[in-house]
Design a protein around this ligand. Structure first.
Ligand code: PMP
Length: 453
């Protein structure tokens, strides 16, 4: 029999953790979750937390949806595994591909499945290269991403990610991966620059980079419609149409990484709709299955798909795929998850309760430690600053954010501290009343931080 202490001991001894200071883990031990119920999780000591990050921006339906467990069980009994290699297929993956293409209203043409968002973005990189080789444009291979963008951790997707921690000591980024500025007006805007002028300047920066590198060497531009892991950044209103116009001018493919924003997070089914993005590729994951099963999807439009189909015929095969691509259990869970999102109208619900979340957090804008409150729908952030007038950051950067996340946890609220920004991304099923409880707990944590600093 395990006890909370023996579990912690074994965890530290035997498991190497993701995104963790392994040294500090040894000293302080883990926080081990034992069960979930709706928007709450409970640790091994029985303490309850509001999971205001939906795990990793992902558990749309909360932590106890029995219908997802039931379809997984039934699919495991019926056909636990079948693949999509060498002209084989399985029923759930077919139904899911058709469903996803339908949800894009035909803007996308075909779906390819992977286990994770990282693998999906790596797949897109390879598809972009394959596409340009098929067209005889063998030099057109560079991919432009953004500073503070997040696209995953495998070798190519980590190269697209624009965070120093994902490159430092990993010998990344790979060559041919370039980065432009983050569209965060509060931090990156020049003194006196309007938000619209800032957006124009970033589009001009993209165009200048393409011209400097040579348009015949630049293949694609990738971005999250709303940045997540880089600190929840909502871009200026006309940023996306302007960036997209530059891409079209130089025949550069547009990749919308909707791993966080897909399936209602912003109060729209896809954030591409919100920002007028017409992508050539879309990346979906996380809320696709509420993370009950690992699954991601690459969607591509007909322009791309037709070229890949033809070139695979010329070469004899599309030489890429994962054992679990189109896994029937994951696909069955995704289909049921989407069915529930539709039945319970959770996209409209996210818009509605999201407004309550944005309102409660924006009410903190006058607090002396709060520099900026930002977000859309059910994704939001509060950025803490040492000096409100000058926007001066804390020394060291991250001191206040870490303290706030720790204090929130002691009040039964799980947030993500991203440097000195606190991120909020609760399950889509959260009620207005629960949003108020979440905000009350955050205010207590903020008062603790104010007293401590
Ligand atoms: N893209 C985005 C926008 C993400 O937020 C993430 C994960 N946070 C990924 C890609 C990578 O997904 P995964 O962790 O499943 O590899």
């Amino acid at each position: 029999m395990y006890t909370p202490d023996s579990l912690a001991h074994s965890d530290v001894a035997y498991q190497f953790h993701s995104y963790t200071n392994a040294q500090r883990l040894r000293e302080e031990g883990p926080c081990i979750m034992a069960r979930g119920d709706g928007i709450y999780v409970y640790d091994t000591d029985g303490r309850q937390y509001i999971e205001a990050m939906a795990g990793l921006w992902s558990v749309a339906l909360g932590f106890s949806e029995p219908r997802l467990a039931q379809v997984a069980y039934e699919q495991m009994q019926n056909l636990p595994f079948y693949h999509t290699f060498s002209q084989k297929s399985n029923i759930p993956s077919i139904e899911l591909a058709e469903k996803l293409i339908g949800l894009t209203q035909g803007r996308m043409a075909q779906a390819f499945f992977t286990n994770s968002g990282s693998e999906a973005n790596d797949t897109i990189v390879k598809m972009v290269w394959y596409y340009n080789n098929a067209l005889g444009r063998t030099q057109k291979k560079k991919i432009i991403a953004r500073q503070r963008g997040y696209h995953g951790v495998t070798v190519a997707s980590a190269s697209l990610t624009g965070l120093p921690g994902n490159h430092r000591s990993f010998d990344l980024p790979l060559p041919r991966m370039l980065h432009v500025s983050c569209p965060h007006w509060y931090r990156e805007g020049l003194p006196g620059e309007t938000e619209a002028a800032f957006g124009d300047r970033l589009a001009a920066e993209l165009e200048a980079l393409i011209l400097r590198e040579g348009p015949d060497t630049v293949a694609a531009f990738i971005g999250e419609p709303v940045m997540g892991a880089g600190g929840v950044v909502v871009p200026p209103e006309h940023y996306w149409p302007k960036m997209q116009a530059v891409c079209r001018k130089y025949d550069v493919l547009v990749i919308a990484d909707e791993v966080i924003t897909g399936f209602g997070r912003t109060g729209h089914l896809f954030a591409s709709e919100l920002f007028g993005i017409e992508p050539d590729f879309m990346t979906l994951s996380k809320q696709l299955t509420s993370s009950y099963q690992p699954l991601a999807a690459v969607l591509m439009n007909e322009r791309v798909a037709s070229v890949l189909v033809r070139h695979s015929g010329e070469l004899g095969s599309f030489g890429h795929g994962y054992t679990a691509s189109g896994h029937p259990v994951a696909a069955a869970v995704a289909l049921e998850n989407i069915r529930i999102i539709e039945e319970r109208q959770l996209v409209a619900h996210a818009a509605e309760v999201g407004a309550v979340l944005q309102q409660r957090l924006r009410a903190l804008a006058d607090h002396p430690l709060v520099g900026e409150v930002r977000g859309v729908g059910l994704i939001a952030a509060v950025e803490l600053v040492a000096d409100k007038a000058t926007r001066q950051t804390f020394d060291p950067v991250g001191k206040a954010g870490a303290l706030a996340a720790r204090q929130a946890q002691s009040h039964g609220l799980i947030l993500r501290g991203i440097q000195d920004t606190l991120a909020f991304c609760p399950p889509l099923i959260i009620t207005a009343q629960q949003v108020h409880a979440l905000a009350d707990r955050f205010e207590q944590a903020l008062e603790d931080v104010t007293r401590a600093l």
